[in-house]
Write a protein that binds this ligand. Structure first.
Ligand code: ADP
Length: 375
């Protein structure tokens, strides 16, 4: 929009008419004071400012405007009948104006100038937008780089822990084997195996991440019995966590079309987290139901829970709740992978949680949708 500032009403009206005829939006002010008020309220591309006005003159208005952040991109053209001497023109420029026109105004010249200022304004706006998005992109990349570095350091640590244990058990094994102590050998072997299993799972998760990134996470979908899968998972989880009771609530006597191992991976991930993030408790609930051709599976714990703002991020890659990340080991990728698996089965994943009270991680999925595995 253009603001014309002139104390002579005829000048205002005639200029306004001409500019409006050329499709410019025009506002007017009949004094410097009124112009300043309007500039505070509105954004103008250009101000056409009469130099000679009672009260504040055009130069004073321009000087005041140059201090307004709202008008930092606004151009000013001074209009003056009398003061055509060089010193006045110079004053006009130094007060923040970008051009100077003497009256009587050659309307064609003025229109050319107005169009040029609009073009410059538009180019500036585009440049500013580009600069803003470039800065955002740089910040985003910096943050991604930081997260990656942090992840590499956590991942190395997580991989080293079971590896160090395995090394220790192998040394103990060697000693016990030399002594012919078969009972102890068996004990150390089992422990080493458990650590190797941990290592294997960690590496499998890391590989899944890179497969998701490159779009190569493949699914082997076929019909399977969900109830049987759940019972098996509960049994396995109970063996490795005998201190926890997993109570199954409800059932689903139906077959599901999907990748059984991947769905098992999601349920195991929910249960492992439920156990990990619920110290001092001993019961987890696994809820199963089928409604309107949708399977629902929920894992409810009475653990540490989460705050609402943390819930929005739990399915993000590498996300770990900051306050508890030192207390519990993890890579922050299990739920990200789970979300991808459920998405690729045409389902929905979610969580309800209350800080200090516990969480329920759940997913819904269609029971017999033959989804395209290349989704
Ligand atoms: P990890 O457990 O390896 O850190 P996940 O992707 O499985 O990675 O989980 C991401 C984060 O979500 C965890 O670091 C934890 O902060 C939070 N979280 C997951 N499950 C629970 C739960 N049952 N209770 C409380 N917090 C949880």
């Amino acid at each position: 929009m253009i603001l014309i500032v002139d104390d002579t009403p005829e000048n205002l009206i005639s200029l306004k008419k001409v500019l409006e005829k050329h499709d410019f939006e025009v506002d007017t002010a009949s004094s410097g004071e009124e112009a300043l008020k309007k500039v505070l309220k509105n954004s103008y591309v250009l101000i056409i400012l009469d130099v000679q006005m009672p009260g504040m003159d055009g130069f004073e208005v321009a000087e005041a405007i140059s201090g307004y952040s709202k008008a930092k991109d606004t151009a000013i053209i001074f209009l003056s009948a009398a003061n055509t001497e060089f010193r006045f023109i110079a004053k006009g420029y130094s007060s923040g104006g970008l051009d100077y026109i003497t009256k009587p105004v050659d309307i064609n010249i003025l229109l050319l100038k107005v169009k040029t200022f609009y073009r410059i304004y538009d180019q500036n706006r585009k440049l500013n937008e580009m600069q803003k998005s470039l800065i955002e992109e740089i910040e985003f990349r910096k943050e991604a780089e930081r997260k990656k570095d942090e992840f590499i350091s956590i991942a190395s640590h997580e991989l080293k822990t079971p590896l160090t244990s395995v090394k220790g058990y192998v040394q103990l094994l060697e000693r016990s084997a030399k002594k012919g102590d078969h009972v102890t050998v068996q004990k150390h072997l089992e422990k080493a195996q458990l650590q190797l299993e941990k290592l294997n799972n960690l590496i499998a998760d890391l590989l899944d991440i890179s497969k998701i990134e490159s779009g190569k996470l493949k699914f082997n979908k076929q019909d399977f019995q969900i109830d049987t899968l759940i019972d098996n998972v509960i049994e396995i989880m109970h063996q490795s966590n005998p201190e926890f009771t997993i109570i199954k609530k409800g059932s689903a006597h139906c077959s599901i079309y999907g990748d059984e191992m991947r769905i098992e991976q999601v349920i195991v991930n929910f249960l492992t987290n439920a156990i990990k993030y619920s110290p001092g408790t001993d019961t987890i609930e696994l809820q199963v139901s089928v409604k309107d051709d949708q399977l629902y599976i929920g894992v409810k714990d009475s653990g540490i829970g989460m705050l609402p703002e943390q819930l929005n991020h739990v399915f993000d890659k590498f996300y770990r709740v900051e306050e508890t990340s030192q207390r519990f080991q993890g890579l922050g990728i299990g739920l990200y992978i789970s979300a991808e698996i459920i998405r690729r089965h045409g389902g929905q994943i979610g969580v309800n949680s209350e800080y200090g009270k516990g969480s329920t991680f759940y997913f819904f999925m269609p029971i017999n949708l033959q989804t395209d595995s290349s989704l």
